[in-house]
Design a protein around this ligand. Sequence first.
Ligand code: NCD
Length: 353
Amino acid sequence: MTAERVPLNEKVYGVDYIPEKINGDYEGKHILSVEQFERRDLEELFKVTTWIRHKVKSGDPSVNSVALGKVMASLFYEPSTRTDLSFQAAMRRLGGNVINASNGVQFSSVYKGENLPDTIRAVGCYADAIILRHPEAGSTFEAAHALEALRSETGTETILISGGDGIGEHPTQALLDLYTIEDFKGNSGDIDITLVGDLFNGRTVHSLGRLLSINGFGRVRVNLVSPESLRMPAEIISSMEEKGISVLETERLNNVLSSTDVIYWTRVQEERFEDPSEYAAIKDSFVLTPELMTHVKSDAIVMHPLPRKGEMGSQYDHKELDQDPRTVYFQQMENGMYIRMALLGATMGRIRS
Ligand code: NCD
């Protein structure tokens, strides 16, 4: 890797740190943003992902030694089920090892008030890859920058992969989302994608919006359906429009539902609201029910990054929705493990396409 070597200087942490582009070579790269990928990098990753998926599903053990001798640290400052466990499962299925703070980060030196760069550099001394989820946007950039500092100090070449950066980005989620879209819908045709819910706080839709902007993915139209106060940030809309995507913002789901090929439903991010009454007033703005599904195309797919709460109705609604063949969120979730296996293998230099 040819990353810029930076001096160990607290003042520069998190400031203007731009991760290297993949540019055809994943080895040694931190994964912080979908902006690092070009279309050909995605094609490579998706090809490897499909190969891995086939191996795992057919019980072929040949991927079991890809990460032999490597260690991945799982460092989650925010709750997680899918991202944390799919990364852990991915590393183990590749034959690598996983470490985390006994009983979670709240029982690490974070509890004593240690700052993020110090914690990251400590973990960087023990692991080859760190998966970081943190509530503050920009923190994964700050952490990767700290690892660059460690690299210039000790030569330790640990990589950082974002598992969610506050309300900023969730790049590996967007990779698995796009993989799932292409898996069901191909990558060449006309496609209408509708993102629904909390588009302001939802990091999954931020990364997916940016990723859809990457050249070469068919002719995409994106509908953004949210309450007025939870609209998609303007700069993400501009980045899509600059790449020729036609974007429609609306509060009326009915205007777009029946022409949509991919529906991406999201949860209102309760934990990002300071005022609980504001959350309560808005949380049921868009609820996907079995009745609403009668307006959805017969060959559309419905995705959700999960977890889900009231935005998919009651427990009974969940059950009915899950039985609808158009809902693919469990396949989406499983794809996440394969994408993360491919990404870990490639960034650790153990898989080349
Ligand atoms: C998402 C997240 O954490 O951003 N979950 C996930 O990683 N699958 C979405 C959410 O919490 O709503």
